[in-house]
Design a protein around this ligand. Sequence first.
Ligand code: PGA
Length: 250
Amino acid sequence: MSRPLLFAANWKMHLGPDEARAHLKTFRARYNRREHQDVWFFPPAVSLEAAAQAVRERTDLLVGAQDIYWEPKGAFTGAISAALALQAGARATLVGHSERRHLFGETDEDTRRKVGAALAAGLVPLLCVGETLAERDSGHTLAVVVRQLAAALGALDRAALPRVIVAYEPVWAIGTGRYATPADAAAVHKEIRTWLQGHGSASPRILYGGSVNAKNVAELLAEPELDGVLVGGASLDPEAWAQLVQGGAA
Ligand code: PGA
């Protein structure tokens, strides 16, 4: 049996409710369920409910939030809690995406709180880690990634850790058209896997993200260290996304 693959679409600040419905209608028509393969969608918060409704009859498709705030409720204008995301139909949430870290100043400590809040509410946290170009060039890739893992996940108990999925997304590869070679990605994935296994996650799922497209997905997923991909730009067009998801398992 081949390993289960996860294809995650990060729509970022694109696709409102009507557009999300239309996207998923086309996607559902173009993509039939495949064994051992799941497709997750991370729409903007305003489209969560529409997207969740649009996939409700497909158990292989799931919707998640792009970000949550760790407090359960209260006077936090503009934020959504894990419970609110859940109510809108989310079953997972991204945590610590590089745009949250670098554009919105999210810290390692914030990611720890968000992972905890997601788990407490029953959302699957998909923790994103990755180094900047300067960090890579100075040979600090593994140190940065391990620091991000330790900060976000180090205090979790061993029973909770297996519920966390990690995405390795080198910052220099996101939206740039430059992607890590499968061998480079695999070296980092190995380090992440060793860390997660050492902390109690027996068979962790680790995705690669950063300029994945229909042309490079097969090459990337031929590397067994990659359990799937997290895709931004190439997930926005439903036909192209269906092609990518099909091409990955070819
Ligand atoms: P990209 O984005 O596929 O557009 O590079 C990936 C991501 O930010 O998750």
